[in-house]
Design a protein around this ligand. Sequence first.
Ligand code: N01
Length: 551
Amino acid sequence: MDTTVETRDPITDDIDAVIIGAGFAGLYMNQRLRDQMGLRVQVFETGEGVGGTWYWNRYPGARCDSESYIYCYSFDKDLMQEWEWSGKYPEQPEILRYLNHVADRHDLRRNIAFQTRVTSAHWDEADHRWTVQTDRGDTVRCQFLITAIGCLSTGQVPKIPGLDSFQGDWYHTGAWPHEGVDFTGKRVGVIGTGSSGVQSIPRIAEQAGHLTVFQRTAQYTVPARHGTVDKAFLDDIKTRYEDVYEYCRRSAGGQPYTLSERSALTVSDEERAAVFEAAWQEGGFKFLTATFNDIALDRRANDTASEFIRAKIRETVKDPEVAEKLVPVDHPFTSKRPLIDTHYFETYNRDNVTLVDIRHAPIEEITPTGIRTTDGEYELDVIVFATGFDAMTGPFFRMDIQGKDGLKLKDKWEHGPLTYLGVSTVGFPNLFMITGPGSPSVLSNMPVSIEQHVEWIGDVVEHMRAEGVETMEADQQAETEWVAHVNEIAAATMFMLADSWYLGANIPGKPRVFMPYVGGVGAYRQKCDEVRDAGYEGFNLSPAATPVAGA
Ligand code: N01
């Protein structure tokens, strides 16, 4: 990866807004505030270019699980018509090309400082300004601080003893070298079988001399049936694009699929199997949405889907012993992030692939020449950590964010994130979080949720300027009630039945709190609209001359 840092003078402006991050969220927020509303905006971005998630996650096989025609912005209607996606699902290089195109088309780079990490943001109650500092010596003061930092941008490499001694190369999927990695003839070990592992393992296996997969938890995954996309299909979508996108905006997951209205428990075994089989053949998230309406909610309904997938694994994997290791038995389907794959289980039929069950024989250490588990040592030239992220709160905690009276965000969220609508948190006026914890975010098709937040925050700023409001801060009662609501509806789902990053379970010591809002993007949008239409109910709005309550 080219790590040359271009020299530039420190930025020392007093402006309207700082946006942290230049991925899907930061780019649109910039366009909204700067171009649509005329604010003076500074964007800071750690990467050398735009793209966020899609700038960093360049591992083999990286692509999105949402279909390409719906994994894009809808604010630029001409672009929706012009852009031609090449595959059913958008692959990382194509998404990055798309985001670069958006940045060029809207001239969005000129107020982005690249290769710059925000280190701190402190609220000054005396003049109601944020002071934002970076690792490049910038000090920018602003009225609005907007985080567009992603939910999965803080990679976690587990602290396994001996990594420093390893003589081969190692990589994390979320910080992949731009020049790629040549695995030809190499003995490769992949730790982790989440989305990144399931996508990269088949591709690495095709190239490596030998691939050893270290699996802690077996996964349910459904075929993606990825391939080129029919141009006639896309052309048809374009004739009714706004309707399709609007459907997503009002849906549960921001996806264009019609939800089944039937329970899995109301049909015969034969009919249920036929429904699952049809969805399995079609591939993708329709297995979740278009089959039955209670898979994620009712344990008995869920068992039917879980069992169907288990049977598929046993059918696909030739070696019965390997198949049994790959069959998930300790958690129900949909309790962890649902996965879709391309030839994942088939990969274990290859002669050059070995599966190691580290649930029963855990990794003890990394040695200079490989990985030692309690069962033996595996010699490796390369280790790939597909071990995920310190999700949702991790990206915030990398910065020293301090609100009123020096309150540190890290301290306030010590026992889990506390937000109102996932967009604001008490004690941090004029801080707005795009797809923050407590919003649908990672449980949805991200561009749909991002656009909704960007537009809602844009409306807030417009309202404040029109009404002479200088600060806006969530009300304590509103925040408490929202957090309780987020927890209450999560408790009724399968999500509580597995150790997942949604619950912070992948990070040792992280509080076990379900972080995203599971109520659906449609219901959430309605709530946000109601809050706005009621004059920002649940927020305290203060004019310039009036000190904020508690100041
Ligand atoms: O990370 P993960 P990811 N020792 O946390 C294992 C999005 N995404 O990068 O399940 C051994 O899901 C861990 O095991 P376990 C998507 O939202 C989207 O794959 O905790 N193993 C698990 O197998 C996704 O959910 C796309 O027992 C360890 C794996 O590593 C999210 O990003 C593509 C370990 C981590 O799985 C994160 O996905 C990629 C340890 N100490 C990512 N620590 C698409 O849209 C962790 N593991 C397609």
